[in-house]
Design a protein around this ligand. Sequence first.
Ligand code: RTP
Ligand code: MG
Length: 139
Amino acid sequence: MTTTRTFTMIKPDAVANGHIGNILAMITNAGFKIVSLKLTQLTVSDAQAFYAVHAARPFYGDLVEFMSSGPIVAATLEKENAVADFRTLIGSTNPAEAAEGTIRKLYATSLSQNAVHGSDSDENAAIESTFHFATREEF
Ligand code: RTP
Ligand code: MG
């Protein structure tokens, strides 16, 4: 069995609304193994760097401000087909379009404050995980 990794953040809205425990339970109940985990906060420059791929998008400034506005939970997850299966578990970017039972359907408040991040490729999962975690924080 080949396991792969993805990277997630529980975003400031979901942390502030008290959903850390429920979201981590959904993640582990879906078969993901947590290999790195921490409560942390992005500086403005951290958020600019993490989301540099979106720098030209009209929502970039709001995204950076939101993602640096309060604590987040960062985690690296392991499972077969981790990237795609995790994006299925979290649901569409816009919670109004997210399927029933997905994390965003249950816990997101809006398109911009949508509770969780999920990597979009194996390559970005590795880059994002390395952005947040030292080797000694990976299990
Ligand atoms: P994520 O990266 O957070 O997992 O979300 P995603 O792949 O579903 O969406 P992406 O296109 O990568 O956008 C990153 C985050 O930017 C915010 N966003 N705001 N106001 C808007 O039109 C808008 N569009 C995107 C969301 O927080 C989205 O998750
Ligand atoms: Mg994305």
